[in-house]
Design a protein around this ligand. Structure first.
Ligand SMILES: [Zn+2]
Length: 415
């Protein structure tokens, strides 16, 4: 029975992979519509032949990897659950200590380690591809160091979240999802608050903008938009990537505007100011807070659904997997599988909201700078530096794009 389920899941995964490959490589049309050929949205006007070819190839491979990685993770959770691997990890943990917190730490360590090893080939593949297209500039050891930081940061966060979660499941077998949701709100706010000062610096060096003249211009702009910023931050990314980026993160007194040093090196002052105006648009329209409110609301629905689905599933199959009850730590892969599927299913909606906010920030930047040319040029430079697709396939857009496509963004400025 278990073997049959494993076989079905693997076959389903392979068929899905083949279907996505056929879609992304053969069926999806990514050409610029006839009416827009030769205009500023047409990559043929700002990329050379080699860049055009590379950007199509690179984007297709990256899109395929994206669609393969998420269900690969589901397959992993499913298999370690049904083959009783998760139950074995729990047994090991229970043999070691009688204290729940220590048991939880040990169980999670085995689960995280196995997951890290199983997911490693895909992330390594993604890194080597990025390197071969000269997007990533990282050395293997630098990349590996980031992976290890990732491992410990996510292990630490998971330890806190899961230990509390399973304590709640034990304590409130019927209403744990509501209790978990109640605690999740202050926890997420706390995490967003510490992100720019505690988490981000683990990976990269942040410092106030070196170019003081530029900083003065940006701060003057911030002042016009009533943003109480004292510094704009620069982050050293050129040792890791050739692509360009800028963002706003953190909340309250920790909120900040950050520019990658690659952006500073590669773009003209007008282009940088346009991008800064876009970031200020997010700040002025409070997108971080709106996003957080949406996320809190969605997670209420998500946790309730997860509770219902998990209860039914375990009641039916738990015995087969040697997962005694829902409050056993060994049921965790079922929890992770269900929440990951729900998150993926919700991503077209969350991406749509994000694309709307990005489009608003673009409008804000156009109005603030009155510099359409700089806007168009900065989007063209972003496309070139990241070898990205101007007009991605439909499924890629709805599942992967939190920003409007470059075709939409450039066209909007142009019109
Ligand atoms: Zn944005």
């Amino acid at each position: 029975m278990i073997r049959k389920w494993a076989f079905r899941a693997i076959v389903l995964y392979l068929l899905f992979g083949i279907a996505m490959y056929a879609y992304l490589f053969f069926f999806a049309n990514t050409a610029v519509p006839e009416a827009l050929r030769g205009t500023a949205v047409d990559p043929a006007t700002f990329l050379n032949g080699r860049e055009l070819m590379l950007s199509e190839d690179y984007s297709r491979i990256r899109n395929l990897l994206f669609f393969l990685a998420t269900p690969y993770e589901w397959l992993f959770y499913f298999l370690i659950l049904i083959f009783g691997v998760s139950a074995t990890f729990e047994r090991w943990a229970n043999h070691t200590s009688k204290f729940y917190v220590i048991r939880s730490a040990i169980y999670l360590f085995w689960l995280s380690l196995t997951s890290f090893i199983i997911m490693f080939p895909l992330s390594y593949l993604s890194f080597t591809i990025s390197k071969s297209y000269q997007i990533s500039t990282q050395t293997f050891s630098g990349w590996m160091k980031d992976k290890l930081i990732d491992f410990w940061v996510s292990y630490g966060t998971m330890f806190v979240v899961i230990t509390v979660l399973y304590f709640l499941i034990k304590k409130f077998p019927k209403r744990w999802w509501l209790a978990a949701w109640g605690l999740m709100i202050p926890f997420s706010i706390f995490m967003m608050f510490i992100q720019p000062v505690v988490i981000d610096p683990l990976y990269n060096d942040f410092y106030p903008l070196k170019d003081k003249e530029l900083e003065a211009k940006i701060l003057e702009m911030a002042d016009k938009a009533n943003i109480p910023a004292e510094h704009v931050y620069e982050v050293d990314m050129s040792t890791k990537t050739n692509s360009l980026n800028a963002y706003v993160n953190g909340i309250g007194s920790n909120s900040r505007i950050v520019l990658w040093d690659t952006t500073l090196e590669r773009l003209s002052e007008e282009e940088i100011l346009f991008i800064m105006a876009h970031e200020m648009g997010h700040y002025v329209e409070k997108h971080i807070y709106i996003g957080m409110a949406g996320y809190i609301l969605l997670s209420l629905v998500g946790l309730w659904l997860t509770a219902k689905l998990m209860e039914r599933w375990l009641a039916r199959r738990g015995k087969e997997w040697k997962v005694e009850k829902m409050s056993s730590l060994s049921s965790l892969p079922a929890f992770l599988l269900i929440t990951s599927v729900l998150l993926f299913a919700a991503s077209p909606l969350t991406n749509m909201v994000s694309r709307y906010q990005e489009s608003r920030a673009d409008t804000y930047a156009i109005e603030m700078t009155q510099d359409k040319e700089a806007g168009i040029e900065s989007f063209q430079s972003l496309t070139k530096a990241g070898l990205s697709q101007v007009n991605p396939p439909y499924l890629v857009k709805i599942f992967r794009y939190g920003h409007p496509t470059m075709l939409e963004r450039i066209k909007k400025i142009k019109d």
